[in-house]
Write a protein that binds this ligand. Structure first.
Ligand SMILES: C[S@@+](CC[C@H](N)C(=O)[O-])C[C@H]1O[C@@H](n2cnc3c(N)ncnc32)[C@H](O)[C@@H]1O
Length: 247
């Protein structure tokens, strides 16, 4: 089996969580909010906007996007299990979100079909050809449309999750092309790495103008029931936010 196929299957297995935890997700969706920095940046852009959410996963953020004013959200994910669970929840709550099963970086969606691409929180690391992905997002956005990413900081793969002291893992490099994920949710899947500079240059190279880039100390996700890692004590970057406009 190719590494790519292994990763896809790992995600299909991991997405069973969305079915097992359907009832909890349904309750979370009723009150889901974006992070404060996301609300601050996206609030003015979301009123009446058609949003595309590549690698939408559980799709809880889609409910928050609608609550902030999005007219509709289209989620794309290659896991049928993830897409079906998200669609069932959106239908049950009568929220204007639709989900399609498709494999990025390319889609057969029409050009210029969206006002805002919203993604992240564990999305970009699964894309091998980030330049092709960024070009596709550029194609799908209307002129002047926005790309927003809230993602793990590229340094995160280097942090050990020790609770006593922040340490750099000896088996990782900031400049590596990737590594195999050894934690939940998609254990065994191939993560693609790129440096902060590579991410920014790739987005700009696809035809976007960078409007905002910030690094944040808190991780976007913490495993349930585990002691917080010392690497999350506020001294190190754990997440980034990026907003760019299609030229
Ligand atoms: C961490 S999850 C979802 C992130 C999402 N923002 C969330 O909060 O749930 C990553 C998702 O990306 C999907 N995915 C990974 N690679 C993909 C690809 N090449 N095409 C489409 N979906 C992909 C997986 O199936 C998974 O649902």
């Amino acid at each position: 089996m190719s590494t790519h196929e292994h990763t896809r299957r790992a995600w299909e297995d991991a997405s069973q969580k969305h079915v097992r935890e359907y009832a909890e997700h349904l309750e979370l969706a009723r009150t889901a909010r974006l992070l404060p920095i996301e609300e601050q940046l996206l609030g003015p852009l979301l009123r009446g906007a058609e949003v595309l959410h590549p690698q939408s996963g559980h799709g809880l953020d889609d409910h928050a996007l609608v609550r902030l004013g999005a007219r509709s959200v289209l989620g794309i994910d290659y896991s049928p299990t993830a897409a079906e669970a998200a669609q069932r929840r959106a239908d049950e709550l009568a929220v204007p979100c639709r989900y399609q099963v498709a494999e990025l970086p390319r889609t057969d969606l029409p050009s210029g079909m969206t006002d805002l691409v919203y993604t992240g929180k564990g999305a970009l690391i699964w894309i091998e050809d980030l330049a092709a992905w960024a070009e596709e997002m550029h194609r799908l956005l209307c002129p002047g449309g926005h790309l927003f990413v809230y993602e793990a900081h590229p340094l995160v793969p280097l942090w050990a999750w020790d609770a006593d002291e922040a340490r750099v893992r000896e088996d990782r490099s900031y400049f590596a092309a990737g590594h195999i994920n050894d934690t939940f949710p998609a254990s065994g899947a191939a993560e693609h790495q790129r440096t902060l500079a590579e991410l920014v240059m790739t987005v700009q190279g696809a035809g976007f103008e960078l409007l905002h880039l910030a690094e944040h100390p808190d991780p976007f996700w913490q495993p349930d029931g585990e002691a917080p890692a010392a690497a999350w004590d506020g001294r190190l970057p754990n997440a980034l936010s990026l907003l760019a406009r299609r030229r």
